[in-house]
Ligand binder design. Structure first.
Ligand code: SAM
Length: 251
């Protein structure tokens, strides 16, 4: 029986291709790629020539069935997306689910992912984060989604496209307030990599004031909601402290 390898590929810098990922792509019989033209370029660069098939969001169910058959016939298959880790805001999960359901072996080959790179460079010290991925493209649905995450006490990892970055930051500011902090990670691992931490109020002005900051690929790391510490009675801790002082001082 064959093995399905879930292989991470670079998010911009080809040197981020891991040694193990390169060797797996050189050894498998078939590579299932999100876009065979994009991945063809990477495979040529790596000097490997596996058979390429297409597996993207529009054919993932039928390609999953084909991949299960190939594995049952003893062929090894690697699944890759255009960039980063398959299954992270990218196709891959449907194939993996089908392969697991068929009782076959799945092996992840970890490597680049824009989300994890952004968390690592954010400087936020919270230990929990939520991977949001892309927010809805339409404003109404986007504001609703932002309201859903507004009070979450974890970091929020958001992917955004360049033509929506300003609208997205504006909605974040208008919904969450000017003081909430965000780290804007642009063009990670590439020539124009930019990482900037600032309050939402300043973020909108900074990005709108410089068209270069509206180009490329973005991950936004939104700071966690800081819930006021409350007492057992549900009073904010500072109000409670004030009350205790007043009680002590009053005759
Ligand atoms: N599977 C990929 C991963 O593991 O990161 C994500 C694929 S998703 C379709 C593409 C989005 O990821 C982009 O719109 C952007 O938000 C983010 N992204 C990918 N590469 C990036 C980079 N080099 N710098 C910043 N964001 C990036």
């Amino acid at each position: 029986l064959g093995t399905l390898y879930v292989v991470a590929t670079p998010i911009g810098n080809l040197q981020d291709m891991t040694v193990r990922a390169t060797s797996v792509l050189g050894q498998v019989d078939i590579v299932a790629a999100e876009d065979t033209r994009v991945s063809g370029g990477l495979l040529r660069h790596l000097g490997v020539r596996p058979r390429l098939i297409a597996s993207h969001e529009h054919n993932e169910r039928s390609s999953a069935e084909k991949i299960v058959t190939m594995l049952q016939e003893g062929q090894d298959v690697a699944v890759i997306s255009d960039a980063g880790t398959p299954g992270v805001s990218d196709p891959g999960a449907v194939v993996v689910a089908a392969v697991l359901a068929a009782g076959l072996k799945v092996v992840p080959i970890p490597g680049p992912s824009a989300a994890i790179a952004a968390v690592s460079a954010s400087g936020f010290t919270e230990t929990t984060f939520r991977f949001v991925g892309f927010l809805p493209p339409k404003r109404g649905a986007r504001v609703e989604a932002i309201l859903q995450l507004a009070e979450d006490e974890s970091l929020q990892i958001i992917y955004e496209a360049p033509h929506r970055i300003l609208d997205c930051l504006t909605d974040l500011r208008d919904t969450l307030g000017v003081d909430r902090e965000i780290v804007i990670c642009r063009e990670l691992t590439k020539t124009f990599e930019t990482i900037r931490r600032l309050p939402l109020g300043e973020a909108v002005e900074w990005v709108s004031g410089d068209s270069n900051q509206q180009r490329g690929e973005f991950v936004l790391v939104l700071s966690a909601c800081q819930k006021p510490v409350t007492t057992e009675e549900g009073l904010p801790a500072d109000a409670d402290r004030l009350l205790q002082i007043l009680i002590a001082e009053l005759p």
